[in-house]
Design a protein around this ligand. Structure first.
Ligand code: 13P
Ligand code: SF4
Length: 321
């Protein structure tokens, strides 16, 4: 009989009082062994709700850090501590701090795809599923500093008709979708609905009928009666899309170099079932954070949670380093 690692992980979860939260970009076998699968906002919220003492976050490290910042008493595990994100790498603390100091009167609206250190010098955290609600709650006369994803920022700035100062970061996966090739694909498949994540370049977003977070894109595939979709986001989400719509044809939006696997997030794909089993057995790798840093980072994450649950918040008049 072949070895069933999924059964082993299920046993370990019970033994260790652990829960697995997985992002849509993980491989299908990881999503299937998880208790909850969702977008980055959903995972942060579930991290606050679950009762188990141990939370294994099958996603990238900034997602696990967010869970730890909001729930310091929990043991938060990741399968691989190397699972970073190009947006985190493109926003080093010292440079972000300099940017803030140059614009002390600005409200720093920071994408959750950022380090704990950057969150600690931000005013509010957003994800692509809650950004519009959060930005609308910022007084209209305040200047907005938006980072680290310039494409998400540009998209929101246009949609909300409000100027932002943009940090020049980008997702190394989503920027590779190619507008010219996408245009050719839409001619080949005129019956397809084009859906895209807002981390894509504006030239790609121009062809999309629906732009939204991973959960919004999944919802579109589930509810739209169309039979064909062209999807400009990471491949992992096809697993849930195909489950919800086995009758639909799902086509990956094209990248410039058609032979490459560049629509796979190399960080999300560092995780594996073996690494999950190891983390549950050993409680390593584990997120550990200096308490001073954690408390500072919690302020901006708490504002996100407060605004999205309808509470009113106050905004600091000036940045204090
Ligand atoms: P979502 O919040 O839409 O899940 O996006 C997270 C992400 O990393 C997209 O690249
Ligand atoms: Fe970061 Fe892009 Fe990977 Fe999302 S897909 S985790 S933004 S590198």
């Amino acid at each position: 009989m072949s070895y069933d690692i999924a059964a082993d992980i299920q046993r370990l979860k019970k033994e260790k009082n652990a829960v697995i939260l997985a992002h849509y970009y993980e491989e299908g076998d990881i999503q299937d062994v998880a208790d909850y699968v969702g977008d980055s906002f959903y995972l942060a919220k579930m991290g606050q709700k679950v009762e188990q003492q141990v939370i294994l976050l099958a996603g990238v490290v900034f997602m696990a850090e967010s869970v730890k910042i909001l729930n310091p008493s929990k043991t938060v595990l990741v399968p691989d501590m190397g699972a970073s994100c190009s947006l985190v790498k493109g926003a080093p603390y010292q440079k972000y701090l300099d940017w803030r100091k140059q614009n002390p009167d600005g409200v720093a609206v920071t994408y959750i795809n950022s380090s704990a250190e950057v969150k600690a010098i931000s005013d509010v955290i957003i994800t692509s599923s809650n950004a519009e609600q959060i930005i609308k709650s910022i007084p209209a006369d305040r200047k907005i500093l938006f980072g680290p994803d310039q494409h998400l920022g540009r998209f929101l700035s246009k949609k909300l008709n409000r100027p932002f100062e943009l940090w020049p970061g980008a997702c190394e996966v989503h920027v590779l979708f190619n507008a010219r090739k996408l245009y050719e694909m839409t001619l080949e498949h005129p019956d397809a609905v084009v859906i895209a994540h807002p981390e894509c370049d504006e030239t790609v977003l121009n062809y999309a009928q629906v732009i939204g977070s991973t959960s919004r894109l999944l919802e579109e595939v589930e509810k739209n009666p169309a039979k064909k979709f062209i999807i400009a986001t990471e491949t992992g989400i096809f697993h849930q899309m195909q489950k919800k719509r086995p009758d639909a044809t799902l086509i990956q939006a094209p990248v410039l170099d058609s032979g490459c696997l560049c629509n796979n997030c190399p960080y999300m794909k560092m995780n594996s079932m073996e690494k999950i089993k190891h983390a549950l057995e050993t409680f390593e790798p584990q997120i550990r954070m200096d308490e001073v840093l954690r408390k500072k980072a919690q302020v901006s994450l708490d504002r996100m949670m407060d605004i999205t649950s309808g509470k009113s918040v106050t905004w600091p008049a000036e940045f204090q380093a």
